[in-house]
Design a protein around this ligand. Structure first.
Ligand SMILES: [Mn+2]
Length: 346
């Protein structure tokens, strides 16, 4: 397991200097944020990012994410040029020696929450998803951090209309087309693809969502039979649906050799489909993190792992989910579980 941390580039209030001081921290998960979705990433920019990180004695371990243009998800004829650009990006990432790319296939909206700064009983602040509050939200006027904010109101309306013609099977077909186009390129470039599950893993705002459960992951990895066609096993995303057993999903994908990246976040289910992002500790949420790390150790997982979202604690302010302190506590906790599991195995 390679302990890693997400970093949003020079704009990130959390500096590489600070990240480096977290015990056992080795990898950085980042991206190039100033290239419009759909355009290819130049090799020089990738190398520049890699060098900036290397100067701090860290390694650019994962690109999260190379976003997929909506025309690809919609299966429009214009997808051809965007798929070619995606291939160019993968070739350049391979050239720069970047081993893993995280991506997702969620229509329009990335991760969705109803409140980004909900006060927990202990005074910390966290992201929550309240089923009722989300059902009252208007997707045409909504914006959350990490989403593509380049749409005008009119463009957003058209985009949402376009998706009215796309059901889940059609979305699968468009994903299948994309996977079969890019995977041979990723294999040749030696870049492992790591599909992130939909977050939360069910339809919201009437939009189709397909990467939602164990069955979906099996269908995905069977679209192209290669270890390069793998997953980001985000236990917190899967566990947001009470129907999913995140540990069982993890073990199945480890057995198939398709886990290319780990996200370890805990969530506390609070009834129905509502949940709160909790501290990473098992007892704080609904995921048994000991079982997660034990599964990784037992399957000799050597890939990157990052503590996913953390709460805002100790008065820290910053990007919701991406403060320094709670994620650093998470990393330390996972280091401890890892050492214990490793030593228990002799
Ligand atoms: Mn995640």
């Amino acid at each position: 397991m390679q302990m890693s941390f997400r970093w949003y580039g020079e704009e990130d209030p959390v500096s590489l200097d600070y990240i480096r001081q977290i015990p056992n921290m080795k990898g950085i998960v980042s991206a190039i944020y100033d290239i419009p979705v759909g355009e290819s990433w130049p090799l020089e920019k990738i190398l520049e990012l890699k060098q900036t990180i290397a100067k701090h004695d860290l390694e650019l371990a994962v690109i999260e994410s190379v976003p997929v243009h909506e025309d690809i998800k919609l299966g429009k004829s214009t997808r051809t040029k965007y798929i070619e650009n995606y291939k160019t990006t993968l070739i350049n990432l391979g050239e720069a020696g970047i081993p893993v790319v995280c991506y997702n296939f969620m229509p329009v909206f990335d991760w969705t929450r109803s409140d980004l700064s909900y006060a927990l009983d202990d005074g910390s602040r966290t992201l929550i998803f309240d089923e009722e509050a989300v059902s009252k939200m208007d997707p045409r006027t909504l914006s959350l951090p990490g989403w593509d904010e380049s749409y005008t109101k009119e463009e957003m309306k058209h985009l949402l209309d376009d998706y009215k013609k796309i059901d889940e099977e059609q979305l699968w077909e468009n994903l299948s087309f994309f996977i079969k186009e890019i995977l041979p390129v990723a294999e040749k470039a030696k870049v492992k693809m790591a599909m992130h599950p939909d977050d939360p893993p069910y339809s919201i705002f009437g939009l189709p969502r397909i990467i939602t459960d164990k069955q979906a992951l099996n269908r995905l990895v069977n679209l192209y039979d290669s270890p390069y066609n793998g997953v980001t096993l985000c236990v917190g995303s899967f566990a947001s649906d009470p129907k999913n057993d995140a540990v069982e999903i993890l073990i199945e994908m480890l057995e198939k050799g398709r886990v290319n990246f780990m996200h370890t976040r805990n969530v506390k289910l609070v009834g129905g489909k509502s949940f709160q992002e909790s501290a990473h500790l098992s007892q704080a949420g609904s995921i048994d993190m000991y079982q997660v790390i034990k599964a990784l150790v037992n399957h000799n997982y050597t890939g990157p792992l990052r503590p996913d979202h953390g709460r805002m604690i100790w008065g820290e302010e910053g990007k919701p989910g991406y403060g320094l302190y709670d994620r650093a506590l998470g990393a330390t906790y996972f280091n401890g579980l890892y050492e214990a599991c490793l030593k228990a195995n002799g």
